[in-house]
Design a protein around this ligand. Structure first.
Ligand code: GLU
Length: 400
């Protein structure tokens, strides 16, 4: 089995910490991947499936994400291994904070991720005794909670800008915005807001799924997203809507319907050798990665070779961490949304245009761009100023 040791390379990870508290039973992981640009930034995932390897991969995604977004942060990630609803989450959160306190916030600044909420961030910050130990805090603590939909907003911006570019360059023939059929896998904090913002922009969301099921409407107007969001208030999962007149299908039926754009907004690895051919067969033209690491390397190459555009996770879902940065600076919610729109628009334009010109996979182009930024920061940290200056002045990309 692969371990984190098999994955180390010239970028990191700098620290891999496994923690266990015999008093509470809490088991957790902290991976600080690369801090050349600043303290490692990344959320705390609270799920039974968390492993050190997964946390490392998520931390690496954060390294590229923060670099691409031009933020003064490195990449890191935390993980707590349990179903948060089956343990005493507050005491586990406190226990995790206590264990990693020496690194917060100098080397690690936490945030929410799958399984954690703004309330967990409040507990975490208080336990560390420093409000700068994490972002995504409740507004009462000066936070800009990710529950405002910052990540989902960024996903909707990424999708629309990509559509604009591919349409302008006559690469993608999607007739009308309102005829674009979008399907979203995952209806949590990211997927539900992506649906809402896309719907508000006149884009047709025809299907959404979560762990409990799948609902769709292939009719002209797709799903009624405002109604769905209203009906979902106070409910945990889509199958709780059984008595509200929705036809709840098996969650895997999401890979059986015709669509234009697929948004994975749940867990990693869901677009793989089995599901990628299905999406292709159903007419998918673009994938916008709202989740972290949702597409396996093989599936990414397969889809790209078949002319499917994949907007990489660390560009598309950067809204959360951009909002985190604005919170960190003590600025407002409105400024967070403005900066998300500005940065994601800029990145999507730059990466897609270059990918089209060079006939390369956008993920490859975006990763190179991030590597170039982190490489320069690493040279500066080492004190190799003249090499860094040279690298800075050079127009072409640095290959590492
Ligand atoms: N969990 C979010 C992500 O994966 C936000 C991380 C952060 O703000 O630090 O991007």
């Amino acid at each position: 089995m692969t371990s984190v040791w098999d994955e180390i390379d010239e970028w990191g990870p700098e620290k891999v910490l496994q923690v266990y508290d015999p008093d509470t039973g809490m088991k957790g992981v902290l991976v600080i991947d690369n801090t050349s640009k600043g303290p490692g930034k990344g959320g705390i995932r609270f799920a039974p499936s968390v492993t050190p390897l997964e946390v490392f991969r998520l931390a690496r995604t954060m390294t590229w994400k923060c670099a691409a977004a031009g933020l003064p942060f490195g990449g890191a990630k935390g993980g707590i291994i349990a179903d948060p609803n089956k343990v005493d989450r507050a005491s586990w959160m406190k226990s995790f904070a206590k264990m990693i306190k020496p690194y917060c916030p100098s080397q690690y600044i936490a945030a929410t991720d799958v399984g954690t909420t703004e309330l967990d961030m409040a507990i975490f910050a208080h336990e560390i005794g420093d409000m700068r130990a994490c972002t995504g805090k409740p507004s009462e603590l000066g936070g800009i909670p990710h529950e405002l939909g910052t990540t989902g907003y960024g996903v909707s911006v990424a999708l629309q800008r990509s559509l604009d570019i591919l349409k302008d360059l006559k690469i993608m023939q999607i007739p009308q915005k309102s005829q674009t059929r979008v399907v979203i896998q995952g209806f949590g904090n990211v997927g539900s807001f992506a649906a809402r913002f896309l719907d508000q922009s006149g884009i047709n969301v025809i299907g959404v799924s979560d762990v409990s099921g799948f609902i769709y409407n292939k009719g002209e107007n797709g799903l009624n997203i405002p109604k769905l969001m209203k009906d979902m208030k106070g409910k945990a999962k889509l199958s709780d809507l059984k008595d509200y007149g929705y036809d709840i299908r098996d969650k895997d039926e999401i890979f059986e319907i015709d669509l234009d754009i697929f948004i994975p907004a749940a867990m990693g690895g869901v677009i793989n050798n089995k599901t990628a051919p299905k999406l292709l067969g159903n007419g998918v033209k673009m994938v916008v990665e709202a989740a972290n690491n949702p597409t396996t390397d093989d599936a990414c190459e397969y889809l790209y070779k078949n002319n499917i555009w994949i907007v990489p996770d660390f560009l598309a879902n950067a809204g959360g961490v951009i909002g985190s940065f604005v919170e960190y600076q003590g600025r407002t919610e409105k400024e967070a949304f403005d900066l998300i729109e500005y940065k994601i628009t800029k990145n999507i334009k730059e990466v897609l245009t270059e990918a089209i010109m060079k006939e390369e996979n956008p993920r490859k182009i975006a990763t190179e761009l991030s590597k170039q930024i982190v490489y320069r920061a690493m040279l500066l940290r080492k004190g190799a100023i003249s090499v860094a200056r040279e690298a800075y002045d050079r127009k072409d990309r640095i290959s590492l």
